[in-house]
Design a protein around this ligand. Structure first.
Ligand code: E4P
Length: 310
């Protein structure tokens, strides 16, 4: 399932696009007005397209076929790659048919039922936008609606692509994908929420803390050895420089870094081995002491017995 961003906010679009997770953008008059009521639509649409490329739906605001087609013509003049977004109303369907015949892609929006989706598909819509959030708002299970539409599409091999729109939360996104929607157009906040999981953040925090501890230990071990090796290295380099007219030997520095790493490892290993040796030694000593004690005890008991028997 592809993801589009449902937004006209340049910062949000720039960020989502920089993450490499969106294949297009859908806008509508409300989203454009939300950013700036006096927004220059043409300028904004071109800015968005320049940023993202891919799919970009631009909605008409006329409600009669003639007006919609005039607007579509205007939009296509300044932006030939636009997908014309048309509301699911009878006059809109005539406009969709006309544009279909002229190979202009359309996105039929404000679809709330399987029947509306079927009709839009038959008019020649390239995309059918099913509004999940607004269905849930009126206590109609949007998951059922999107599932029905998907099933009908499979059964009839319909060509229009189903867009799950009006998503309000990450669950809508999952449901749309499970139902088989081809695309989900997601508001920025829902996209960000969908990316987040508290266990991911906790996991990253823990990895960083553990890595910092490890680095600290390595640095503690490295410091004294590095000083010794650097001294030796300086001596060697001085001799070399005398012989070879002071050439800087970068590869020898690398070798030294390797030696430092190996030495550090060796020290850790030796420390571990020594620890085990010491532990074994302690055990042995304790055993010997115990045996000696037991022997002493038994010899004194024998002595006592002998005295008593006398
Ligand atoms: C989709 O194309 C619509 O622009 C959008 O999803 C509408 O969402 P809303 O119901 O949150 O306004």
């Amino acid at each position: 399932m592809e993801l589009y961003l449902d937004s006209a906010n340049l910062e949000h679009i720039r960020h989502a696009n920089s993450l490499g997770i969106i294949n297009g953008v859908t806008t509508n008059p409300s989203l454009l007005a939300k950013e700036d009521p006096k927004v220059d639509v043409k300028k904004r649409i071109l800015e968005i397209f320049k940023m993202v490329g891919g799919h970009l739906s631009v909605e008409v605001i006329s409600t009669d076929t003639k007006g919609m087609l005039k607007e579509a013509e205007e939009i296509l003049k300044w932006f030939p790659d636009a997908t014309i977004k048309i509301p699911m109303i009878p006059s809109g369907l005539s406009a969709v048919k006309f544009l279909y015949k002229n190979s202009i892609p359309t996105n039929v929006t404000l679809v709330f039922s399987a029947n509306q989706a079927i009709i839009a598909q038959n008019a020649g819509a390239s995309y059918v936008s099913v509004f999940m959030g607004r269905l849930d708002d009126i206590s109609t299970d949007s998951n059922n609606v999107i599932q029905d539409i998907s099933e009908i599409w499979d059964r009839h091999n319909y060509e229009s692509l189903i867009i799950a729109a009006s998503l309000r939360n990450p669950l809508h996104l999952t449901q749309a994908a499970m139902a088989g929607a081809h695309i989900a157009t997601v508001p920025y906040n829902v996209l960000m929420q969908s990316m987040y999981h508290p266990l991911t953040d906790a996991g990253v925090k823990k990895f960083l803390e553990d890595n910092a501890k490890l680095q600290e230990e390595i640095n503690k071990l490295k410091a004294p050895i590095f000083n010794t090796i650097t001294k030796d290295n300086t001596k060697n380099q001085e001799t070399k420089a005398e012989n070879k007219e002071q050439k800087i030997d970068i590869s020898s520095q690398k070798v030294n870094e390797q030696i430092v790493e190996e030495k550090a490892k060796e020290i850790v290993e030796n420390t571990e081995t020594q620890k085990i040796k010491d532990e074994n030694e302690n055990k042995k000593n304790n055993q010997t002491k115990n045996t000696q004690k037991t022997n002493k005890k038994s010899s004194s008991t024998t002595k006592q017995n002998k005295t008593t028997s006398k």
